[in-house]
Design a protein around this ligand. Structure first.
Ligand SMILES: [Zn+2]
Ligand SMILES: [Zn+2]
Ligand SMILES: [Zn+2]
Ligand SMILES: [Zn+2]
Length: 392
């Protein structure tokens, strides 16, 4: 029988050899030169945030409010003609309807304590998990009244009101109701980046959706000979083969005796060096009777990440407790229940020993720099870390 267990993070300040300064808006220092940065939380106020370290997976509280009838939807999907008075009201409402812990608008469910303080589903479960780990009663960060799954309640009015607030499309910069933004960006926006339909036979063109028809009419690829397109097909096959290999590895890993997952949140910090460097770190969490943290950095701690348009996140797994026996760990990050990160699957491996307690930095496989910027503009990066231990 597989020993599949799950555990949650212990709330502790990240312990690292360098001193760290909590950084509330990591995006600020990275944003300067990049106009494409999309912020899904542009309605929330920059304010001090409550500690929200920790993790949870024991509770399942995600729930999307049901969709509105199509007629109403169509009406709302038209970009708003906002006057300055409206904008003020909208951002004021954003500040009122956001989660009191992470200050973001709710992506799924919004909960409230008995006094009416709001907490999004992710923060609510973090608070419950933290309290459970410390063997304390969970309390509302605002008023300290006890919170639990039975005393807290959903607030549907807030969920619905928040889903109507305008949010900016990252491609066309028009405003749409928060709830329909994802659909607009993925399927409807005429500025969304789109591949040529002949990309499978080698066309590299990628441009705004409204230019595809024009491009495809003039695209040279459909007229190329079999001899000319074979290279493209071969590289396509190689990619499929690679994916299949990864899939088989994953199935193989699922037969391991020891598998564990943690739902974690990375928060931004800056090093205390002469030139501050941004990095991300989770709270400590336990797995296989050991303590771990995940650390991440931007563009491999390049000196001025804001001067580059290309952006990536790499992460490492660090063993924080002593081990006398070597541990061969496979691990990878995935989206998890409270995240909207568009991450691919890439499995990494490190042999942890007494001497080697830190894995290399490995790429978090995001689709592009835009997605990376979107994550950096959030107040924390939520993800699930899967770990597999091979017993020798
Ligand atoms: Zn929250
Ligand atoms: Zn409260
Ligand atoms: Zn758009
Ligand atoms: Zn083409």
């Amino acid at each position: 029988m597989a020993d599949v267990e799950s555990s949650s993070a212990v709330q502790q300040p990240p312990s690292s050899t360098t001193n760290i300064i909590p950084l509330l808006a990591a995006a600020e220092i990275l944003n300067e030169n990049n106009s494409t940065t999309a912020s899904t939380s542009n309605l929330s106020q920059q304010a001090n945030m409550q500690a929200n370290n920790g993790a949870s997976n024991a509770t399942n509280v995600t729930n999307t409010p049901s969709d509105e009838p199509p007629t109403k939807k169509q009406m709302l999907d038209h970009p708003s003609t906002s006057s300055s008075v409206c904008e003020k009201l909208e951002s004021r409402l954003g500040g009122i309807l956001c989660c009191a812990v992470c200050l973001d608008l709710p992506k799924t469910a919004m909960y409230q304590c008995q006094m009416g303080h709001l907490m999004c589903a992710a923060c609510f479960t973090h608070l419950l998990a933290d309290a459970r780990l410390r063997e304390q009663i969970a309390t509302c960060p605002n008023c300290r009244v006890e919170i639990s799954k039975s005393t807290a309640s959903r607030n549907l009015a807030v969920e619905k009101a928040a889903s109507e607030l305008p949010s900016e499309c990252q491609f066309c910069n028009k405003e749409f109701p928060y709830k329909s933004l994802d659909r607009h960006e993925q399927h409807e926006c005429c500025e969304r980046p789109t591949n040529c339909k002949y990309s499978r036979i080698g066309c590299q063109w990628r441009g705004p959706n409204h230019e595809t028809t024009e491009h495809e009419r003039n695209c040279l690829h459909p007229n190329k000979s079999g001899y000319e397109v074979i290279a493209a097909l071969e590289s396509h096959d190689a990619k499929i083969k690679e994916e299949k290999k990864m899939f088989n590895t994953l199935i193989d890993l699922l037969s391991y005796e020891k598998i564990i997952f943690n739902d974690l949140q990375m928060k931004p910090y800056r090093t205390d060096e002469y030139v501050h460097k941004l990095f991300y770190e989770t709270a400590r969490f336990s797995a296989f009777n050991h303590q771990w943290v995940v650390k991440a950095r931007i563009n491999n701690s390049q000196r001025d990440p804001h001067q580059s348009n290309e952006r990536n996140i790499t992460y490492q797994l660090i063993l924080k407790s002593k081990t006398s026996t070597p541990m061969s760990i496979h691990f990878f990050a995935l989206k998890g229940p409270f995240s909207d990160m568009k991450v691919g699957t890439q499995i990494y491996k490190h042999d942890f020993t007494e001497q080697s307690t830190e894995s290399d930095y490995y790429l978090l496989p995001l689709p592009d720099s835009n997605e990376c910027n979107r994550l950096l503009s959030n107040k924390g990066i939520n993800f699930r870390l899967l770990m597999f231990l091979l017993n020798k």
